[in-house]
Design a protein around this ligand. Structure first.
Ligand SMILES: [Zn+2]
Length: 82
């Protein structure tokens, strides 16, 4: 049996992918939260603001924006932040 190491918490798991089932579930919830926010509000100017409004850490937001094409319109606020 092959094991993968979760890139988030370091736990070993037997599924495919970068995240263990635990972290994958947490990610799904946070991504849904982010999508919800974007549907109802305009995009804030900075990543900190978005993080504050959604309760998602800027580290996670960075990851979602980089990994998920549907958040490509958020690239601007990363650039604003840098
Ligand atoms: Zn994990």
């Amino acid at each position: 049996m092959e094991f993968n190491k979760c890139s988030q918490c370091g736990a070993f798991f037997s599924n495919t992918g970068k995240l263990c089932p635990n972290c994958a579930t947490k990610d799904t919830v946070k991504i849904q939260k982010l999508e919800n926010y974007l549907e109802n509000y305009s995009i804030p100017e900075t990543l900190e603001e978005l993080s504050y409004s959604t309760g998602i850490s800027s580290k996670d937001l960075n990851r979602y924006i980089n990994e998920n094409n549907k958040f490509s319109n958020l690239n601007n606020i990363i650039n604003n932040t840098l």
